[in-house]
Structures are given as structure tokens and as C-alpha cells.
Design a protein around this ligand. Structure first.
Ligand code: PMV
Length: 340
């Protein structure tokens, strides 16, 4: 049996705008999806998911979504999770030149589905890594990130950026602009996450932003402005020695990053991808003294990310109506981890 894990992530800046070629900065967090894979003698794929934030399920099928049997859990949950697992299996078969390979797969995830924490990227990265190693065809981290991106793009019908999958594969904070992906040497950030218990539909939300952008020039300008916020944010995350930002203390830089996150949230809100519960959590974090707070990921529901070195934001969020869970998230320096 081969086991790999990969981290989820928060977006410090730039989700949605990244779809249109602007830069984005996601940051991996220590909440992981762990995938165990065992090769089978036939071409079947059997998937057991013990915790994908709702009830677990077990399905056995021959590797395509069409011949999947009925199971007793919400179809949307199974479809969401299985779509990524199917795509990961296809990428692993292709990479190992083993089109008929079958697998027993177990998925364990600490990352809620569809909540903006990159659950699908983590499952895809860990799944491709474990399946290719199980077939004796291990991939470099760069190839793994690329295969995981192709798997996500196939599931999301082309509407995907490389941000989530690259971040999950390499870990740490990363900067993604089109096909250009690289690591950023960010300071240790005091990340707090609030989760409303819900989820947004990434495909629908991306389509709604595209419709606004096509209809209104000022929506297109908003996307450009988000890109400008990302460009300013990266100066304060990892300043060039010649940049005046390098003369500031880490605390001062984190305060500026927070102010920019607030601005980024306002623009995402204006693009219609926030929600009442996300806004309540953002405001609760700000009122508790966080340096800044914004939704993370596609939006519609799910998670916010705030920066606060004190316990106040965590406490404030726990008493906020609509917030189901709040936790401090360590930055994950490791991306994919080869567990066994
Ligand atoms: O909610 P998530 O973790 O799937 O993030 C979506 C981020 C978008 O920028 C909205 C889409 C993408 O593929 O970059």
C-alpha cells in the first residue's frame, strides 16, 4: 500500500482574478487529505471515503463516473469527491502508461469540501502521487503539480487556475500568474480560519464573475484592481532588499497585508461572491482586532481567513452566529508528503 498526503490552502489574495491571468497568492495550511492506494488485479477502482465532512461512503466501479453504482449519500457530495478521484486515477494511469490499472483507494480528509480550503486540489495531488508511486512510476513535484492541474481543469471544464494544485503540491506560500508558479518566502503568518459549515459551487461562482466582467467594464476593472492588490501584497510578504517595505518590521508588514486583505474582500464582495455568513465572519474578525479578513476561495459560503496573533479573533468568531468552526491554521511548509 502506498500513502500520500497533501495540504489544503487559504488564499491570502487573488482568487477569481487569477482565472483571468492576474496573480494570486495561496498559502498551504496544516489540514491534509491523506490517500492510501493499493493496486488491484483487475481494472476496477474501489473508493472508500471515511470523512469528507459529511458521512463517509464506499463505492466500487470500473473507473468512469458513468458506471458508478448508487450509494446512500447525497449525489452532489459523491459526484464532487469522485470527479476529482476519477480524474486523479486517469492522470496516474496515463503517467504510468498503465491504462487498465485498478486500485483500492481510501480517502481521509481534514479539509471540508467546497469550502475554499482547497479540498479538491489536496485530494487530487495526494491521489496522483500515491497511485503513480504504487505503479512504480513516481513523479517529480513539478510534474505532479502539472498533472493535478490537468485533472482539476478536466473536472472544472477548463475553468481552473494552477494556484490550488501547485500550492498543495509544493507547500508554503506561492505566487501563481498564468503558467508561472513559484514559491514565496513569506513570514510566519498568524492565520485564523472561520468556517460557516457551508460550501459554494466553484464552477457557478466563476461563471457568475465572468458574466459580470463581460457585462460591465467596471467589473473588469475590479479584477485588474485585485491584481494590483496582489502585486502590492507580495512586496510586503517577501520584499526585495531594495524595496522600502524591506525596512519595515515583520509586524508592520503583516498589518499592511491585513489592510490589503480587507480591500481584497471588499472587491470580491462587489463581484457578488461573498455571502451573509462570510461577511458576518469577516466583520467579527475585524471587530475582534484582526489585522484583516477576507473570504478564501470561490466564496458563496465556506471559509474566511483572518490574520491575528492574539486569541481575540478566534474567540470572537466562535461567538459569531453563522460561524460553525474556527481554528488557527499553521502554515504547511511541506506540500505533498510521502507517508508510506
Ligand atoms: O474554492 P476553491 O478552493 O476551489 O478556490 C477557487 C479559486 C478560484 O480562483 C475561484 C478558481 C480557480 O480555479 O482559481
Amino acid at each position: 500500500m502506498t500513502v500520500s498526503s497533501a495540504p489544503g490552502k487559504v488564499y491570502l489574495f487573488g482568487e477569481h482574478a487569477v482565472v483571468y491571468g492576474e496573480p494570486a497568492i495561496p498559502c498551504a495550511i496544516e489540514r491534509r487529505a491523506t490517500i492510501s492506494v493499493e493496486a488491484r488485479d483487475d481494472d476496477h477502482v474501489r473508493v472508500q471515503a471515511s470523512d469528507l465532512s459529511l458521512d463517509g461512503f464506499t463505492v466500487e466501479y470500473t473507473g468512469t463516473t458513468d458506471d458508478r453504482p448508487d450509494v446512500d449519500v447525497p449525489a452532489s457530495l459523491v459526484d464532487a469527491a469522485m470527479g476529482y478521484i476519477d480524474a486523479a486515477v486517469e492522470q496516474a494511469r496515463d503517467a504510468a502508461d498503465a491504462p487498465d490499472a485498478g486500485f483500492d483507494i481510501t480517502v481521509e480528509s481534514e479539509i471540508p469540501l467546497g469550502a475554499g480550503l482547497g479540498s479538491s486540489a489536496a485530494v487530487t495531488v495526494a491521489g496522483i502521487d500515491a497511485a503513480t508511486r504504487e505503479l512504480g512510476a513516481p513523479l517529480s513535484v513539478e510534474d505532479l503539480a502539472d498533472r493535478a492541474y490537468r485533472a482539476e481543469a478536466a473536472v472544472q471544464k477548463g475553468e481552473a487556475s494552477r494556484a490550488d494544485t501547485f500550492c498543495s503540491a509544493v507547500g508554503g506560500a506561492v505566487r501563481v500568474e498564468g503558467d508561472d508558479c513559484r514559491s514565496i518566502d513569506a513570514p510566519d503568518l498568524p492565520i485564523v480560519v472561520g468556517f460557516d459549515g457551508g460550501a459554494g459551487d466553484t464552477g457557478e461562482l466563476v461563471a457568475s464573475v465572468r458574466a459580470l466582467k463581460d457585462r460591465y467594464d467596471f467589473a473588469a476593472d475590479t479584477i485588474t484592481t485585485i491584481g494590483n492588490i496582489v502585486r502590492r501584497g507580495e512586496r510586503f510578504l517577501d520584499p526585495d532588499p531594495s524595496d522600502p517595505a524591506a525596512d519595515q518590521s515583520v509586524e508592520e508588514r503583516i498589518e499592511e497585508i491585513g489592510r490589503l486583505m480587507d480591500f481584497n474582500h471588499g472587491l470580491l464582495e462587489s463581484l457578488g461572491v461573498s455571502s451573509r455568513s462570510l461577511d458576518s465572519m469577516v466583520w467579527a474578525a475585524r471587530e475582534a482586532g484582526a489585522h484583516g479578513a477576507k473570504l478564501t476561495g470561490a466564496g458563496g459560503g465556506g471559509c474566511i481567513v483572518a490574520l491575528d496573533p492574539t486569541p481575540e479573533t478566534l474567540t470572537g468568531l466562535r461567538f459569531t452566529p453563522g460561524c460553525e468552526e474556527a481554528f488557527r491554521a499553521e502554515l504547511a511548509d511541506d506540500g505533498v508528503r510521502r507517508v508510506a
